[in-house]
Design a binder for this molecule. Structure first.
Ligand SMILES: Cc1cc2nc3c(=O)[nH]c(=O)nc-3n(C[C@H](O)[C@H](O)[C@H](O)COP(=O)(O)OP(=O)(O)OC[C@H]3O[C@@H](n4cnc5c(N)ncnc54)[C@H](O)[C@@H]3O)c2cc1C
Length: 385
């Protein structure tokens, strides 16, 4: 282990690896990533790979557009094929108030150049013939949205970061952050201490725990979500867009020959961060799934997993200098979209740190916005991952 570094990134998930790559690409030396397990083994390994431009703010839409450009050329730039496919995102709507919310967001998305539109229930059924659409009032279709492999993207960032000189240390636990005179001085780990003027918290669901090591409160609230998959199921032929039933939170898409399904749960597990699987969730899943996709009753569930989504009270990420501690930067709280926004996040964080300011207005992600009791429980937004 090195004894000094120009920057220490805590967490080798997709966010930490993207930041390391972008810092190294801009010529920063002595970039060190500390990952307590293995690269990409955290909540990144649980992501469904969904990529959408349908976000409620211009900042996030711009993050999506920039990230999608990176996914499109990722294979050439990083030498790893992430399996990027534009299969589309389809939201199914039963409630007029919900539709009104979509229409406001669609107006903004279209102003930003996104191809997204309201379609009829029949048109939705044309896209996914197995759907039951009797109770729908409309659907929202984003044909340019899609998916890619979180593991491949993370490995691509990590590989190029290493080639550019960054060190990525696996099996190293950050146990303390030494702060004196209001400034971060040292990162203490299970393998020794590193003197550094700058540490970046990219610890995913563990972000609040890592921030606390420096005496900083961060409103990252991990919530468990399950994903299940069927045995090969030709009765629903692919490709199938990521299809999200807004009335229940249920979503699904085709994954090779199988169908990937989620009940859309968001469970507060308190201090238990193990994200162990609750097979009892199959009942909730099946109830929601059969109501929207009757033919799925004939499928067999072959397996599943659970992971923690690092939510924030307003479901926007937290990016910026940690309030009250100089030399401590936060890139956390990416909710259900940390994978898909990782390319833009890495680029913006690197620019901010190396140029001394963000290259676009990132006040949406201001770490100070939950001060003074503004933090509450996460609200349920678009939430399709
Ligand atoms: C079921 C599910 C489905 C999802 N689907 C999607 C999707 O379709 N699209 C999408 O964009 N996003 C999705 N997400 C969200 C996405 O997975 C996250 O937003 C993203 O992976 C966060 O990346 P990260 O690098 O911040 O966190 P992580 O991948 O968790 O990386 C943080 C790393 O920090 C390490 N760490 C923590 N504490 C310490 C410490 N003290 N010392 C050293 N290392 C430490 C951890 O081991 C971990 O590897 C989904 C999440 C879940 C759970």
């Amino acid at each position: 282990m090195v004894k000094t570094a120009d920057v220490v990134i805590v967490g080798g998930g997709v966010v930490g690896c993207s930041i390391a790559y972008h810092l190294a690409r801009r010529g920063m030396r002595d970039v060190v990533v500390l990952e307590r397990e293995t690269v990409g083994s955290g909540t990144t390994s649980k992501a469904a790979g969904g990529i959408r431009t349908q976000f409620p703010t211009e900042t996030e839409i711009r993050f999506s557009q920039e990230s999608q450009r990176v996914f499109e050329t990722f294979k050439d730039e990083f030498g790893v094929d992430p399996g990027y496919q534009r299969i589309g995102y389809l939201f199914l709507i039963t409630d007029p108030a919900d539709l009104a919310g979509f229409e406001t967001r669609i107006a903004l998305q279209r102003r930003c150049g996104v191809d997204v539109r309201v379609i009829t229930p029949k048109e939705a059924q044309g896209i996914v013939p197995a759907l039951l659409v009797d109770d729908l009032i409309a659907a929202v279709w984003g044909p340019g949205d899609g998916l890619a492999g979180p593991a491949e993207i993370t490995q691509g960032f990590a590989r190029r970061a290493r080639e550019l000189g960054a060190r990525i240390e696996e099996g190293v636990d950050v146990t303390a952050l030494d702060v004196s005179g209001g400034r971060l001085r040292r990162v203490v780990t299970s393998a020794g201490a590193i003197d550094t003027p700058l540490a970046i918290n990219a610890a995913g669901p563990f972000a609040a725990r890592v921030a606390k090591l420096a005496g900083v409160e961060v409103a990252v609230l991990p919530r468990r979500r399950h994903i299940f998959f069927t045995e090969p199921f030709p009765a629903i032929p692919g490709p199938v867009p990521l299809t999200h039933d807004r009335s229940t939170g249920f979503y699904f898409r085709k994954e090779m020959e199988q169908v990937l399904l989620s009940p859309g749960d968001a469970q507060d597990m308190g201090d238990d961060f193990s994200a162990s699987m609750d097979w009892g969730m199959v009942d909730e899943l099946v109830t929601k799934a059969v109501r929207r996709l009757p033919v799925i009753a004939e499928a067999r569930i072959a397996g599943g997993w659970a992971g923690l989504r690092p939510l924030t009270p307003d479901e926007h990420a937290i990016i910026g200098p940690a309030p009250g501690v100089e030399g401590f930067f936060l890139a956390v709280g990416f909710c259900g979209h940390g994978f898909q926004h990782s390319p833009a996040t890495g680029r913006h964080v690197a620019d901010w740190l190396l140029d001394g300011r963000a290259s676009m207005d990132l006040s949406l992600f201001d770490p100070g916005r939950f001060a003074g009791g503004a933090a509450g429980a996460p609200r349920r937004g678009i939430d399709a991952e």
